[in-house]
Design a binder for this molecule. Structure first.
Ligand code: PPS
Length: 308
């Protein structure tokens, strides 16, 4: 990436037609957007460093919230530093790729000094092997499937590089089939649930973060080996509430040009609640969803709360 231009400036200068709703291509059985699939070799051979920290999530699980929390902890609650750049610059997105001249996540990370805070939506089996060879720490955030489906549907409306979500009715079916970017929610949450027994993975639930954010921030601090005083914890908590992040241009993605993310359609920081699914699912959709859910989750002891 050019030293003088910020990532968002580069985006602003891309010629018309570079971005469009990218089709999905299978990468080892997981549907990913075409530019990511085209760049897959670079992701697969990515060189992790021992002090890299990976924040892994299925899309819309609370990635940005966790990125903001972790960046604030790593900066000892110095909020001026936490506002130094947009979240996608402070914590680059490993596998993201767009046609030139936009730099890929891998290129950005190669030029990012350590310690790097890396975002990924990859299911466990697609994460570059070097993360495990280097014994990197991972924070995985999981969120219940129904709220994810609602959040993802709205995101696909506003994000102009994601496939068109179609109607809500069509989307619920596609989501259940895993025919959306990054594939099946079921495979994702289960793959990481198993991985936590083999690697340094802290598995956190969005619903727990909503229920008692300070308790969960403390867990993250402990995992990172940070012992910050209570007043710093309070500061981080205030800085990472939904309202504070919604109003923070360094966290709410409003620095991304509207041709890529049109937040007049739906804001990135949309509702930030548990159980908003109840405002969207019909009785029949709930029944269909629950039947499939039972079938797919019957072999795991992983449990979600769809309400708190
Ligand atoms: S992405 O695009 O996958 O990185 O999106 P992600 O950040 O994972 O998820 C976006 C949803 O998380 C909500 N959010 C929050 N909820 C509560 N508190 C805080 N601080 C917070 N920050 C982001 C955001 O509003 C999206 O959820 P919905 O349900 O759409 O509101």
């Amino acid at each position: 990436m050019s030293q003088e231009k910020t990532y968002d400036q580069i985006l602003l200068e891309v010629p018309d037609g570079v971005f469009f709703r990218f089709p999905l291509c299978q990468v080892n059985g997981v549907p990913l957007m075409e530019p990511i699939a085209d760049n897959w070799g670079k992701v697969e051979t990515f060189q992790a460093r021992p002090d890299d920290l990976l924040i892994a999530t299925y899309p819309k699980a609370g990635t940005t919230w966790m990125q903001e929390i972790v960046d604030s902890i790593l900066n000892d609650g110095d909020l001026k530093r936490a506002k130094r750049a947009p979240i996608h610059v402070r914590s680059p997105f490993l596998e993201i790729a767009s046609p030139p001249p936009v730099p890929s996540g891998v290129q950005i990370l190669e030029n990012t000094p350590s310690p790097r805070l890396v975002k990924t939506h990859l299911p466990y089996q697609l994460v570059p092997k070097s993360f495990w060879e280097q014994n990197c720490k991972v924070i995985y955030v999981a969120r219940n499937a129904k709220d994810i489906a609602v959040s993802y549907y709205h995101f696909d409306l506003l994000s102009k590089s994601q496939p068109d979500p179609g109607t809500w009715e069509q989307y619920v079916e596609r989501f259940l089939q895993g025919n959306v970017p990054w594939g099946s929610w079921f495979d994702h949450v289960i793959s990481w649930w198993k991985a936590k027994d083999r690697h340094q993975v802290l598995y956190i639930f969005y619903e727990d973060m909503k229920e008692d954010p300070k308790r969960e921030i403390r867990k993250v601090m402990k995992f990172l080996g940070k012992d910050l005083p209570d007043e710093v914890l309070d500061k981080i908590h205030q800085h990472t509430t939904f309202q504070a992040m919604k109003e923070n241009p360094m966290a709410n993605y409003t620095t991304v040009p509207t041709f890529l993310m049109d937040q007049s359609i739906s804001p990135f920081m949309r509702k930030g609640e548990v159980a908003d699914w109840k405002n969207h699912f019909t009785g029949a959709q709930t029944e269909m969803f629950d039947t499939e859910y039972l079938r797919r989750m019957k072999e795991t002891d992983l449990k979600f709360r769809c309400d708190i």
